[in-house]
Design a protein around this ligand. Structure first.
Ligand code: LLP
Length: 463
């Protein structure tokens, strides 16, 4: 993998290359990712007769049917991860609140609601999606630093389970809105435990110079302030220290800090009902080796069992990243003297993670040819979009055998893919498809170009 150790490269922490020499080979020209070995580590994806399948449908067939670029998600892979979380924490009372921000398609939310998941939301819009998908407000926690009075009123009227409060002024606002509605608002304080999640700076949230949460050493005082508020019902404590964490140590460090606070609060007569440890468990994009959900649970369970409170988790990425791919077709091959560019029909507007975080995501062919195992015969390609930005790349220096019109799958794209897409360069957003066994369904129609400017108007105020 990349030799660079700059912080910008840490998102996918590709530090375990030596653990899986079968998946990657780094040459002077570029990085080779063995498609068969990679998919052996991914749920729902496999090559059959050299053709990539998601569950029981060939990707080729899906491209014919739905065109490209297109996001495709495996229903079974999503449900399996939820089940894994649920089984791994079966020994304690718990609620898995899927972080909607990772992938908010109604079908994804609906499948998870049916499986029994709760939801972690950060906006009124996300709550409306959850409700539209059949989720229950009573299983929703509301995170985020900027809840408005309207957001709070809507959430209270729907009967959400808990507000994860991030500041004193938010607490005051919630109390005020609850009073106007003659309701009691269930709250938890999001504590910033000041632990280093050891992840990319943009997705690290538990350090004291991040904007999130209430400082650990101020938390008790804020809880005491909350006890004096007439329409606040203190029920929990929460934290979220960052995303794509591959080790358990930062989670344990954060848990220890929260346990200390819970004891401190109990001594002052403030009894909590739940602890919410946020999300953040990392996934394997290429050759990372994050702890598994079962290992995560094993490490936390002894302390959580002793604590005896209900436990909430807010996983996003780990629930959906590897259930999804972004399917794209090569439009133009542009070999140059210095670099080879494969211009594909997806771009940074479809998938911004590589451009924004220098995230390394695997790009594999939908159909393998006989030369796909021959690294010597391959050239290094930058897989780029058609957007007028140098930052518009999906992968750099990848050893691939490419021809015009080839179909490629970018794996790990189920989380923070479609949700972060935009219409930059007046590009319609991609279609989304869900697959289950041999069944497949369009779960979001590709936008038309006309739709993109249909709600705009020409200037006509003073003719
Ligand atoms: N809870 C809270 C309060 C959060 O802020 C987040 C993510 C989660 C839960 C879910 O974390 P996860 O399990 O997905 O790590 N766009 C970035 C990731 C941003 C994560 C923001 N917060 C990326 O593409 O890497």
């Amino acid at each position: 993998m990349s030799n660079s150790t700059s912080p910008a490269d840490v998102t996918n922490t590709p530090t375990h290359a030596s653990n899986c020499p079968d998946v990657t080979v780094q040459t002077e020209q570029g990085l080779y990712i063995n498609p068969t070995a990679l998919t052996a580590h991914l749920p729902a994806l496999a090559y059959r007769n050299n053709t990539l399948y998601m569950e029981d449908i060939s990707i080729d067939e899906l491209a014919e049917r739905y065109a490209t670029p297109c996001y495709i998600y495996s229903k079974q892979a999503i449900v399996a991860v939820y089940q894994d979380y649920s089984d791994s924490f079966a020994a304690i009372e718990h609620q898995i609140c899927y972080a909607v921000k990772a992938n908010s398609n109604l079908a994804v939310l609906g499948v998870l609601a049916q499986a029994g998941a709760g939801f972690d939301i950060v906006s009124r819009g996300e709550l409306m999606r959850v409700l539209a998908a059949g989720g229950k407000a009573s299983k929703v926690v509301f995170s985020g630093v900027g809840k408005t009075a309207d957001d709070i009123e809507f959430a209270l009227n729907q009967g959400i389970s808990c507000f994860n409060v991030e500041s004193v002024n938010e607490l005051i606002l919630i109390n005020k809105v609850a009073q106007q509605l003659n309701k009691s608002a269930p709250i938890s304080l999001r504590v910033n435990p000041d632990v280093d999640a050891n992840t990319h700076p943009y997705i690290s949230t538990g350090l004291k110079d991040n904007k999130f949460g209430i400082a650990h050493d101020k938390a008790v005082a804020v809880y005491q302030q909350a006890t004096a508020m007439s329409h606040i019902d203190i029920i929990g404590i929460d934290c979220h220290i960052g995303s794509q964490l591959t080790e358990v140590a930062p989670f344990i460090a954060a848990l220890d800090k929260l346990i200390e606070l819970i004891q401190n609060l109990a001594d002052k007569g403030i009894q909590l009902k739940h602890i919410d440890l946020g999300g953040g468990l990392g996934v394997r994009y290429i050759d990372e080796a994050p702890i598994t959900i079962a290992e995560f649970a094993q490490a936390l369970l002894p302390k959580l069992t002793t604590l005896g409170l209900k436990v909430f988790f807010e996983p996003g990425r780990s629930m959906v990243a590897n259930a999804g791919i972004l399917l794209t077709r090569v439009d133009i091959l542009k070999p140059t003297e210095h670099k080879n560019f494969a211009i594909v029909d997806a771009a940074m507007n479809d998938l911004i993670r590589p451009a924004l975080y220098q995230a390394e995501m695997a790009v594999i062919p939908a159909v393998l040819s006989s030369v796909d195992a021959d690294i010597e015969a391959m050239q290094a390609w930058d897989i780029v979009g058609a957007i007028c930005e140098t930052g518009d790349f999906l992968a750099k220096d990848r050893l691939l055998n490419l021809a015009g019109n080839d179909l490629l799958a970018i794996t790990g794209a189920g989380a923070y893919g479609m949700v972060m897409s935009s219409n930059y360069n007046t590009r319609p957003r991609a279609a989304e498809v869900m697959v289950a066994g041999t069944q497949h369904q369009l779960i979001r129609k590709r936008e038309s170009i006309e739709e993109l400017y249909a709600s705009e108007a020409l200037w006509s105020a003073y003719q």
